[in-house]
Design a protein around this ligand. Structure first.
Ligand SMILES: *[C@@H]1O[C@H](CO)[C@@H](O)[C@H](O)[C@H]1NC(C)=O
Ligand SMILES: *[C@@H]1O[C@H](CO)[C@@H](O)[C@H](O)[C@H]1NC(C)=O
Ligand SMILES: *[C@@H]1O[C@H](CO)[C@@H](O)[C@H](O)[C@H]1NC(C)=O
Length: 507
């Protein structure tokens, strides 16, 4: 009787497997892995990540979740004293045949070993071992060579958007324009702007304006970069407000901003939203560009065929959307979650509805990216999800929008939303095309909007900016240093940061 038990179990398992064709078709030996987590010594992040794509026996991508228990991961390392590393691991089933494996280390780790197995077989290229040291995000151990660092991070040499944005600034001498910029933008009631200097890999700033709390986001990224690589000495002005500042009229001053527009000339860079999500994934934030890919549970064919939207009342068209949604309850589930700008219309468009977890958005097939005060900073997260994104035409853009093509990465809708219903009906009728666009959107996000990419964009921009600065970069008397957070960390010997900086000529 006892001996028979295993046989019965085997039979049951086989029956279950044949019921789900995918499980039997996976060929573990064809699995591919990629991502910065394959270079865990060189690429320091709060959460290091690896992608994994399953293939079937015909060499085709698996495109659905294989179910639980197929992918096994084990990550272990040692502290300097030889104790097990304290680490936190997450495995996301992206429900499309791919997985994200990521882990966070709390202290410097050595001899890190990553085992990845599919149905009990080692994934090609694994197990991975990293002798170390593997630094945690807080370690202030910058790579002295920015060139090597850019290679390690596989950063592109340049970005079209950066070239476009910097084109008007071939040669910048702040000694000539610094005071004019400060005079022009020191308007405390309407503008919040900070003057930053990065010198000898230390960060200094002075802010102008009444509401400058958002400076912590800029501090955070600059400090994080400075812990990773010796940054070029630069001077710049950073706009902490949402609205771009630099109108087309001369003189055109160089201002770094999170949002650009068709009629301004700010130098754009990733929004604080996606930047913080990139620095803090597995840290302070729940929603980031990786978790959004692994926290939606519903395959395309089972998603509700409606457009789902939640947000505040920060633009007239958002209220118009509520009108349209009420006329077509079969196509929409849309509500305002907060009234601030149009409080007097709360009777018509309210009452306000409770917040809904962003992950639940993707229970629905259709998503809408509609401007708030400026570009809606949720766009990267919508693209990375697995629904179809409709994008309202807008003069506002983030640093990556110009890469995107209508009907390739998203479905365009008019600014006044007058064709929104028609476009949803189109998507319902052309379900395969709609699905394909949603996939291409996610692929784009995976290649361009992940933490690695966000970090790269900042460093490449600073480097390009450095090339255009003609004045010597000097700390100004009224600036304060933004210190690195206290954190004990032993950097690998041989790199003596102080000496390196001192011997380097002022570029
Ligand atoms: C298969 O998956 C890989 C990794 O996600 C992707 O780069 C590739 O484009 C996919 N191939 C097809 C035919 O979808
Ligand atoms: C709209 O979405 C909310 C949040 O998911 C849900 O509670 C509600 O039942 C939905 N409304 C309709 C009419 O489906
Ligand atoms: C802004 O410019 C882009 C192309 O650069 C264009 O597609 C879009 O329609 C413009 N939008 C507005 C509202 O000006």
């Amino acid at each position: 009787m006892l001996l028979l038990m295993p046989f019965i179990l085997v039979i049951i398992q086989c029956e279950l497997s044949t019921g789900n064709k995918i499980k039997t078709d996976i060929d573990p030996s064809k699995t591919i892995i990629w991502g910065p987590g394959l270079r865990s010594e060189e690429v320091v992040m709060r959460a290091r990540y690896i992608f994994l794509q399953l293939y079937d026996t015909d060499g085709k991508n698996i495109t659905e979740s294989p179910g639980d228990g197929i992918v096994m991961t084990q990550i272990q390392g040692e502290t300097e004293e030889g104790n097990p590393c304290h680490l936190w691991k997450q495995v996301f089933d992206c429900k499309d045949g791919s997985f994200i494996i990521r882990y966070k280390i709390y202290r410097t780790c050595y001899n890190l070993n990553i085992i990845l197995r599919i149905k009990g077989k080692d994934v090609p290229g694994t197990p991975l071992t990293f002798k170390g040291p593997l630094y945690e995000e807080e370690c202030d151990c910058p790579n002295p060579s920015i060139t090597n660092w850019l290679n390690n991070y596989e950063c592109p040499e340049n970005y079209e958007q950066i070239q476009r944005d910097l084109a008007p600034f071939e040669s910048v001498d702040f000694d000539e324009m610094r005071n004019a910029i400060i005079q022009r933008f020191d308007r405390p009631n309407s503008v919040s702007i900070c003057h930053y200097i990065i010198k000898d890999n230390k960060v200094y700033r002075r802010c102008y304006g009444q509401h400058v709390d958002f400076k912590i986001f800029v501090d955070e990224i600059f400090l994080s970069l400075a812990r990773k690589v010796i940054l070029p000495n630069v001077e710049l002005f950073f706009n902490l407000g949402d609205w771009p500042l630099v109108s087309n009229s001369v003189p055109i001053h160089p201002i770094f901003s999170w949002c650009g527009s068709n009629d301004t000339m700010d130098i754009v860079l990733p929004t604080y939203d996606i930047t913080v999500a990139s620095l803090e994934n597995m840290g302070r934030v729940m929603l980031d560009m990786l978790s959004v890919q692994g926290s939606t549970n519903i395959p395309w064919q089972n998603k509700k065929e409606k457009l789902f939207w939640r947000g505040r009342d920060s633009q007239r068209e958002r209220l118009d959307l509520i009108d349209i949604a009420r006329e077509h309850p079969d196509l929409f589930n849309a509500s305002i979650t907060n009234f601030f700008f149009f409080k007097d219309e709360i009777d018509k468009y309210g009452p306000r509805q409770n917040h809904v977890s962003f992950f639940t958005f993707f229970e629905y097939k259709y998503q809408l990216n509609i401007d708030g005060t400026v570009a809606a900073y949720r766009f990267p997260f919508l693209l990375a999800g697995d629904s179809l994104v409709f994008k309202q035409d807008s003069k506002y853009y983030e640093y990556f929008y110009k890469d995107l093509r209508p009907y390739e990465h998203y479905v365009p809708v008019k600014r006044d939303l007058s064709d929104l219903v028609e476009k949803i009906l189109w998507a319902k009728k052309h379900d395969q095309e709609a699905y394909k666009i949603s996939r291409t959107g996610r692929q784009y996000a995976r290649k361009n909007l992940l933490p690695q990419n966000i970090i790269c964009y900042h460093v490449v921009l600073l480097q390009e900016w450095r090339k255009r600065l003609k004045n010597r970069v000097n700390i100004l008397p009224n600036m304060e240093e933004v210190p690195q957070p206290e954190h004990a960390c032993k950097c690998e010997s041989g790199v003596n940061q102080e000496n390196y900086i001192k011997s380097k000529d002022e570029l």
